[in-house]
Unconditional design. Structure first.
Lengths: 156, 295
């Protein structure tokens, strides 16, 4: 409990410890701490930059997508137009073809009618001659009355 | 625990006596065998235990910290580096919070004070008879293991801090500025005559104020640690009296000592940390005041 030279020894020891600490302990650790702080700050900044770049990239991607969509819509519209054109054309062609077939059929029918009429005329002429022959009770010479029959046929 | 040959008084005295090296009454140099001999040695003697323990603890602290500092890496810190960085950042925060000037000495000073005092206080938690018992076996008459219960250790630090306060006061404010601060505050007047009358009063007040700093700094630490040590000693005596008590009483007393010592030790963990922190913070504050032009 006595105050003695220990006091001086302790003071010197204390000063030496503080000096040592100031020289070899504090600066390197503070250096490491501040360096790490800087590293972390850099890392965070890089992360921030990356985020911004990502944002920009996604924005431009969205733009690209929009353009692509517009293009697709254009192409679609063109295709639709073209397809309707094709359909119209096909319709026109079909109409023509149909008309042609119908007119051909009509012509055939006309011909058929003419032919049938001819046949009918012949038959009627024959029938008329036969009927007349029966009425006159004698054979009518077909050759002799050919002119007459021709006239009748023409009148029918 | 006190052995049967010791009385309680002897036990306490034995625990509170430093191992002192100096000039013995017969003129030769040696270790004092009794408290009276130690007292008779006067100023030019050394408390070997205080110096040795504080030196070893300081060396452990500086070795550990310097080793970590040497290989401090930028990468994710592990183990010891984490621990050291935590302490350093804590001290650095304290310095930044209380110290407004710029001085590269203050932070390492604060770190040294904090850790060194903490380690010296920590010796209080070593069971009270282990190291003195070992010393007795080795033939040493005394051993006081807690350097901060020796006023020499606490005054040694506070005197160094005080010297720094004086040095920086004069360096920052100039000798005239420092003297003015002592002589012209707290009472001042625009009338030169009254100002002259106030000077001795101010000198007295500010002088007391200045001297009180190192004294309060060291006595606060010493008193706290001394009282803590005392309670450990008294608890040990209580447990030690089982030798005189009956068998049933002895085990109760013995168990009580263990429980009470445990409780006090747990509480003491708080005290030793707090005292180290207070010493560090007050040192920072005093140095901050020394660095301020006006306060």
């Amino acid at each position: 409990m006595n105050i003695n030279a220990t006091l001086i020894a302790q003071t010197i020891m204390f000063i030496l410890f503080v000096w040592f600490c100031m020289k070899f302990v504090w600066p390197p650790i503070m250096q490491a701490l501040s360096d790490r702080k800087k590293q972390i700050a850099d890392g965070l900044a890089a992360g921030e930059r990356g985020k911004q770049e990502l944002e920009q990239a996604s924005k431009s991607a969205a733009d690209e997508m929009l353009i692509a969509k517009q293009k697709a819509a254009e192409i679609l519209a063109q295709a639709e137009k073209r397809s309707s054109q094709v359909v119209e054309e096909a319709k026109g062609l079909a109409q023509e073809e149909g008309d042609r077939i119908v007119s051909m059929a009509k012509a055939e029918v006309e011909q058929e009618i003419v032919r049938a009429r001819e046949a009918l005329r012949q038959n009627v002429a024959d029938l008329a001659v036969a009927g007349a022959a029966k009425i006159l009770d004698r054979e009518v010479d077909a050759k002799a009355h050919a002119d007459l029959l021709k006239n009748i046929k023409a009148e029918l | 625990m006190a052995s049967e040959t010791h009385t309680s008084t002897e036990y306490i005295k034995h625990h509170l006596q430093n191992l002192t090296f100096g000039e013995l009454p017969d003129g030769s140099l040696g270790l004092a065998q009794t408290a009276e001999q130690a007292k008779a040695m006067g100023f030019w003697s050394i408390n070997v235990d205080t110096v040795a323990v504080s030196l070893i603890l300081g060396a452990i602290f500086l070795y550990f910290f310097a080793k970590i500092a040497k290989k401090a890496t930028l990468n994710v810190p592990a183990g010891g580096q984490n621990f050291v960085e935590m302490i350093i950042e804590f001290v650095d925060d304290s310095v930044r919070g209380s110290f407004t000037g710029r001085n590269p000495l203050v932070a390492p000073l604060a770190l040294t004070i904090f850790i060194w005092i903490f380690l010296m206080n920590l010796m209080d938690l070593v069971p009270i008879d282990y190291l003195p018992g070992l010393a007795t076996v080795l033939g040493l008459p005394f051993l006081k293991v807690v350097p901060t219960t020796d006023p020499n250790a606490t005054f040694g630090m506070s005197i160094a801090v005080f010297a720094l306060v004086i040095y920086y006061s004069i360096k920052v404010k100039g000798a005239a500025g420092f003297a003015g601060e002592l002589a012209l505050q707290p009472f001042s007047s625009t009338n030169p005559v009254i100002k002259g009358i106030f000077i001795p009063i101010n000198l007295f007040l500010e002088g007391v104020n200045l001297i009180a700093k190192p004294i309060s700094l060291s006595l606060r630490l010493f008193g706290n640690m001394y009282a803590g040590e005392m309670i450990f000693i008294l608890l040990a005596i209580m447990g030690g009296s089982f030798a005189a008590a009956s068998m049933g009483g002895s085990s109760v007393l013995f168990g009580t000592q263990i429980l009470l010592s445990l409780a006090w030790a747990i509480f003491h963990i708080l005290i030793i940390t707090l005292q180290a922190f207070i010493f560090m913070t007050l040192t920072i504050v005093y140095l901050d005041m020394a660095h301020q032009e006006h306060h």
